[in-house]
Design a protein around this ligand. Structure first.
Ligand code: GTP
Ligand code: SPV
Ligand code: MN
Length: 587
């Protein structure tokens, strides 16, 4: 209970609608009881507590393993405010459609009320939300992913504009699955899914979709970005943000261990956040970033001692694993890409017996995830809880492209950088339901997460640049995923990505030249530090080529894409597009 009448009234209203057996408020304490209840029902499996203290496994329903973009709606009074790239219905229509689905949906269950804070609680940028849910899995995840404490409940006493999230797993019926956002009412309704981005309402629903809507009105940015600090041997730290689409490398870059040549020289990389950044212009006129989250909901497959040792360390304690392999012999977990020693006596993500030595089927779901506390990453930044955030030197956009996009290039200026962000295209991944490996446009990696008209969103970015003027961060584009004729990755990736970040920092410091190409500034192969790097000169050259024909066909696609937003596409972007076309023609 709280002194906040608006909150109490809303909880009473939700209880009357969903009709649970009881209502329980969550303040982050007494979670042991909840875990016991979930163990008893089979919702959680306790893992080997000596090897993995505080760790549990959850298997989701098989029809509920990724975000459901087709079932995700932005419900604004006017369709144009949601724009052509969001599913839209009138608020009234969706409230009416979902009310009968919530009606009695929690009968025989407990309704949990989870007040939470996005951002360090004493930060002027922190925002409060309350999620009502009937899933213990969701409660336990929210207690890792967001800040949940008695202090949040006290803060809510005098806080009117909290985001109201109503969630029920109901019957997990896919045909009646809906994730609806009502940004004009600061409300989210989600039903018939228990999966991460569909159900942990603080994350994509609030911190990106609702927050981006608020950010435009209030003059800041809510972005799908990691935040890292790169400390040089002299102790100076540059912070950068990077936006890559889902399952395209944010968590891995956020937790990067520098290659040995850099570690030996005294470089360190600090993790501030791995998925979401809230960005504001500070009193000094620079751009500052806060990570609104408190944990990681990261992709598990591909995580190994070689690719992401810090990630592995973070998931050794107090972690919830979702949809990985259970090792029946020792109560630990396994997934594709961990090592070459899968359990022979295992249980796969669907709960079936699984022998990793003989089975041709994958044991872990490609979108299996771990939920771990931010503070458990060995390289968590000392600034993680800083209420003011960290100042940003560079913004990086990227995607998964077999061809077209080179390893790295730099925008000519901020406006050109907004253009580069707006033309990201990437192959789809298992993070959302639907086909995998299809190239689609994903501007700023925000296509599934922008809570308003993306044409207006582009304009908002341009306006931010005008306010930042000379203090704007430099903008870059990267592609770790370019392939050769046989479809093999040309770039080793993972920790070696720091070599590219290093080039960007040198650009920020003005200590290295670049080649002026039609698409932007690029390094020569020699500009990339190749000490101890296993990369042929031919591969390096290939990674840095710009193919005129591919780019010309890209122009056609961008033109069609921009046209979708009608007069909402900023003039500045149209003119950037024609300038690019002219430069390519002169190539
Ligand atoms: P979301 O949590 O969905 O937003 O994903 P993310 O952007 O944080 O992606 P993540 O770092 O979890 O990486 C997704 C997949 O890409 C994993 O299987 C990684 O092993 C793989 N990956 C990450 N970085 C690289 C890289 O530099 N090169 C290659 N080839 N694969 C990478
Ligand atoms: C993503 O899909 O970008 C994720 C996972 O980070 S989810 O929380 O499900 O959105
Ligand atoms: Mn993400």
């Amino acid at each position: 209970m709280t002194r906040n009448k608006k909150l109490n009234d809303w909880v009473s209203w939700a209880a009357a609608l969903c009709r649970p057996d009881e209502v329980v408020w969550i303040d982050g304490s007494n979670l042991e009881e909840l875990r016991e209840k979930a163990l008893a029902s089979g919702e959680l499996v306790r893992l080997n507590q000596e090897k993995l203290p505080g760790c549990y496994l959850h298997r989701s329903a098989q029809n509920d393993v990724a975000r459901s973009e087709g079932k995700t709606f932005i419900c604004t009074e006017s369709k144009v405010d949601a724009g052509p790239t969001n599913n839209w219905e009138k608020p009234e229509t969706m409230y009416n459609r979902l009310t009968p689905l919530f009606d009695g949906s929690m009968k025989g269950r407990t309704m949990y009320v989870v007040p939470y804070c996005m951002g360090p609680i004493e930060s002027p940028f922190a925002k409060l939300g309350v999620e009502i849910t009937d899933s213990i899995y969701v409660v336990l995840n929210m207690c890792i992913m967001t800040r949940v404490s008695k202090d949040v409940i006290y803060a809510l006493d005098y806080y009117a504009n909290f985001v109201r999230g109503l969630h029920s797993t109901a019957t997990l019926d896919e045909n009646n699955r809906y994730i609806c956002h009502f940004p004009e009412d600061l409300t989210i309704w989600s039903i018939n899914s228990g999966y991460g981005g569909n159900a942990l309402l603080g994350k994509k629903c609030f911190a990106l979709r609702i927050a981006s809507f608020q950010a435009r009105r209030e003059g800041w940015l809510a972005e799908h970005m990691l935040i890292i600090g790169i400390e040089n041997p002299q102790g100076k730290t540059h912070y950068i943000c990077a936006a890559f689409p889902s399952a395209c490398g944010k968590t891995n870059l956020a937790m990067i261990v520098p290659p040995e040549v850099y570690t030996k020289a005294g470089y360190k990389v600090w993790c501030v956040g791995d998925d979401i950044a809230w960005l504001r212009i500070g009193r000094d006129g620079r751009l500052w970033a806060v990570n609104p989250e408190n944990g990681y909901f990261g992709v598990v497959p591909g995580t190994s001692e070689i690719t992401n040792p810090n990630g592995l360390q973070a998931m050794r304690t107090d972690t919830i694993f979702t949809n990985v392999v259970y090792n029946n012999d020792d109560g630990t977990v396994w997934w594709e890409g961990l090592d070459s020693n899968p359990p022979e006596n295992g249980t796969d993500w669907t709960g079936q017996p699984w022998n990793g030595k003989t089975s041709h089927l994958k044991g872990a779901h490609p979108n299996s995830r771990f939920t771990a506390f931010a503070k458990n990453c060995p390289t968590i930044s000392p600034e993680f809880d800083n209420p003011e955030g960290v100042p940003i030197s560079a913004i990086v956009f990227g995607g998964r492209r077999a061809k077209t996009a080179p390893l790295v290039y730099q925008a000519r200026d901020f406006e050109h950088g907004v253009f580069i962000g707006s033309i990201i295209a990437s192959e789809t991944t298992a993070a959302a339901t639907g086909a995998v490996g299809v190239v689609r446009r994903d501007p700023m990696a925000m296509m599934p997460f922008c809570g308003y008209n993306m044409g207006d969103y582009f304009d908002h970015w341009i306006q931010m640049g005008k306010r930042l003027k000379k203090k704007a961060p430099l903008i870059f584009n990267v592609n770790w995923f370019r392939t050769d004729e046989e479809g093999r990755f040309l770039w080793p990736g993972f920790r070696e990505n720091l070599r590219i970040v290093d080039w960007m920092i040198k650009r920020c410091e003005g200590s290295i030249d670049a080649v002026n190409t039609p698409i932007g500034y690029m390094p020569t192969p020699e500009d990339i530090n190749s000490e101890d790097l296993d990369l042929s000169m031919a591969a390096a050259a290939e990674l840095l080529t710009v193919n005129k024909e591919l780019w010309k066909s890209e122009i056609e696609d961008i033109r069609a894409f921009y046209s979708k937003f009608n007069e909402h596409t900023p003039r500045e972007l149209w003119s950037q597009l024609s300038m690019l076309e002219e430069r390519l023609d002169e190539m």
